[in-house]
Design a protein around this ligand. Structure first.
Ligand SMILES: [Cu+2]
Length: 106
């Protein structure tokens, strides 16, 4: 076997291993549940904000309360309805409390 063919085989093996790793990483991302429980109280599409009654937000050192959040993607607001139970992640982005991920609980 020529060195070139051996190199190509090694590259193919590496590519397969990389693809398998990437798939595993994606799966673990998909399995990651948003960390905070909440309930939608008000939606302000124009302002790109949603008011949630939420549980403790550990990464923001915030107790349970009701408050309004900016959403990272305003299109998410169209998927929400007042009364929906949600799980979400929040962070402080440019000084504003911002929802970085949100899913409606089934
Ligand atoms: Cu709060």
């Amino acid at each position: 076997m020529s060195p070139t063919i051996r190199n190509i085989r090694t590259l193919r093996t590496l590519a397969r291993q990389f693809t398998a790793l990437a798939a595993t990483a994606l799966l673990s991302l998909a399995a990651h549940a948003q960390s905070v429980e909440g309930e939608v109280r008000r939606i302000d599409a124009e302002a790109g904000k949603v008011t949630l009654k939420h549980g403790e937000i550990k990464n923001l050192d915030m107790p349970a309360m009701q408050m309004s959040f900016r959403v990272a993607d305003p299109a998410w607001l169209k998927t929400l309805q007042v009364g929906d139970k949600v799980r979400f992640d929040a962070a402080k982005v440019n000084g504003q409390f911002t929802i970085t991920a949100i899913t409606v609980s089934k």
